[in-house]
Write a protein that binds this ligand. Structure first.
Ligand code: HEM
Length: 223
């Protein structure tokens, strides 16, 4: 009974307020809802499409990671070509003359990345000193203090663990008599440090030995 009364009141109100018959009013209301769903459905799907397109675009932008390629010995000059500006080349960085493929961390070392300045270089000195200065972007680690040497060692361990070593930097030193006679002679500053009995010894000696390696057995070295 109360429901019928409520319905009558509602019909009267619709006629009084809208001037439309209840049938017309409800038909219009239904059409409005239908319109709303169609429009919101369109927007919803278009925005999710956009999202999908963006993701797809990003996937296309980043080429898939290629397996690291062993380069053997290359010069510092050649290493510069691997600074990430050429998408067809791996992204490389060196510590203590050992070159690592850091392509997986393009967000760090790639162009525009916070550590892009290290890419394509031996950044030993900068890492040891926690410096971003141009003059420290070198593999020359002569004259470092014990804390800096320790810091560098930590970086080296991190890199050895995280990245694949793909080569070594060819030392640009003139061939000496000692070298030509087959004696293990290394005259760069970083190797002068290596003879000191520090905990760096293992890797430093390893680096010195590696300089005698051929590109093919450098590869086996990573294992
Ligand atoms: C305000 C100072 C700094 C902050 C807050 C900072 C922060 C970070 C963070 C959050 C990461 C990422 C770590 C990860 O996800 O593995 C990172 C990575 C790194 N940082 Fe820094 N950093 C700072 C200073 C430096 C300095 C001074 C250097 C060297 C000169 C440096 C060298 C690096 C390098 C080489 C990596 C990448 C390591 C990798 O390849 O895994 N950072 N840093």
């Amino acid at each position: 009974m109360a429901t019928v009364q409520l319905w009558e009141t509602l019909k009267d109100s619709i006629v009084a307020y809208t001037g439309l018959s209840p049938t017309t009013f409800f038909t219009l209301l239904a059409l409005l809802f239908a319109f709303y769903y169609v429009v919101s459905g369109l927007f919803g799907s278009s925005s999710s499409n956009r999202h999908h397109q963006t993701r797809h675009f990003q996937e296309e932008e980043l080429p898939p990671l290629r397996p690291p390629v062993q380069l053997g010995e290359i010069t510092e000059e050649q290493l510069k070509e691997y600074d990430g500006t050429d998408n067809d080349k791996p992204l490389l960085m060196a510590i203590k003359g050992q070159i690592y493929d850091v392509s997986q961390s393009r967000m760090f070392y790639g162009p525009g990345g916070p550590y892009a300045l290290f890419a394509g270089k031996d950044a030993s000195r900068a890492l040891a000193k926690m410096s971003f200065e141009e003059k420290d972007l070198t593999g020359d680690i002569s004259g470092l203090g014990p804390f800096e040497r320790d810091a560098l060692q930590d970086w080296e361990y991190k890199f050895m663990e995280k990245y694949v070593k793909v080569g070594t930097i060819k030392k640009e030193v003139p061939v000496t008599d000692a070298e030509s006679s087959g004696e293990p002679s290394e005259s760069t500053p970083r190797d002068v440090d290596a003879v000191k009995p520090t905990k760096d010894d293992k890797s430093e000696t390893a680096a010195a030995v590696k300089s005698d390696e051929t590109p093919s057995n450098v590869e086996a070295d990573k294992e």
